[in-house]
Design a binder for this molecule. Sequence first.
Ligand SMILES: Cc1ncc(COP(=O)(O)O)c(C=O)c1O
Length: 439
Amino acid sequence: MDSRARQIPHEMKTMSTPAVQGTESRTFDVGWAREQFPSLKLQVNGQAAAFLDGPAGTQVPRQVIQAIENYFVSANANTCGLFETSRRNDAMIAATRAAMGDFFNCDASEVVFGQNMTTITFALARAIGREWRLGDEIVVTTLDHDANVAPWRALEEKGVLVRQVDIHEEDCMLDLDDLKRKITKKTKLVAVGYASNMVGTINPIAEITKLAHSAGALMFVDAVHFASHGLIDVKALDCDFLACSPYKFFGPHMGTLYGKREHLQRFKPYKVRPATDAIPDCWETGTQVQELIAGIGAAVDYIAELGRHHDSGARGRRAALQAAYRATVPYERTLLTKFLDGLKAIPGVKVYGVTDPKRFAERCATISLRMGEHHPTQIAKFLGDRGIFAWDGNFYAMNLSERLGVEQKGGVLRIGLVHYNTMEEVNRLLKALSEFAAP
Ligand SMILES: Cc1ncc(COP(=O)(O)O)c(C=O)c1O
């Protein structure tokens, strides 16, 4: 799955942007990246579409589309058959597990596929919660998407106590003192998001994992939003579980889970009797969407290819993935800096989360804002009519929307910047927002 080499036109477009100061002095080739994504050529009302909707699902590169098509042409069968297409299907699944192993930095046997992160997390919570009893505790946060809250709250039916960690409202960072207070000797699991899908806050996962472990609790990380914005390393984080959705990192609509081998072996999933007891397959209920698993492998390989394009010395897929994020992280920061700077000139804008450029390591380029008392739906429609795609609402980060006092007011407007977005798109967005704000 790693050798899907294709000749890519190398023309550098005008959109290349130097990396921010203080990071490696490489130039991010956004022109090359955009060439890989056929959908980015879409026009709306005579204008090029600007896809600023990445937090709800990124676009996919050609490699992913081709892998899904190839699957149907040459490997369309169920698993474990004694004939060619089934063998190819098995080989493809094994190759994708290896690709996700490189993506997470874990063994392929620690990678589980599933319908989406929400479904995986409900199934996991139900399975590992089997052992928990009245008086046991779980810690969730105000910052998280509800997919990392509701599955744990479902265990309240068994008498498990769920404690919720607050945020600092002024910068939307987790209140780590509150977290320390809420982790007790009774805590069985701490569930935290890697990055907020609403305000972009990046949480100190390694530090929180240490706190969870020192209380004897498991650590579950929702990395769905983080995955397109930063390199995941489950070894360095030392977390017990980490869930991701490939459709948020340039792949198809599915979910994936990393689980430490010892946990995948020890906990018992709900499953049908004839299905294998071997990990990781025993955690994958029923027939998987195998054509999309083919797409997941291609998405990881796309990111690796992006890495090699920026660092031809990157050896092996993991090194290439590291190279990719070394190139995209500073680039996304230049877009973020420009956007937040430009917003200052527009009256009535309130941005949620970290806005100080010196602290941009604590956030990713996902920006939520309100403009006076304007309903976010109105702004999203105004932008949509101009070919600029952005979401409005609470994005299922309901605790946060309530905490920030915007839930009853239509939530916020969310701008999601990923590596295929351009400075030109940011300028277009700023111009459109200025027009919207104009009396
Ligand atoms: C941070 C975060 N967690 C979880 C989810 C749920 O993911 P899925 O749609 O794969 O269930 C989302 C989706 O928006 C998300 O942004």
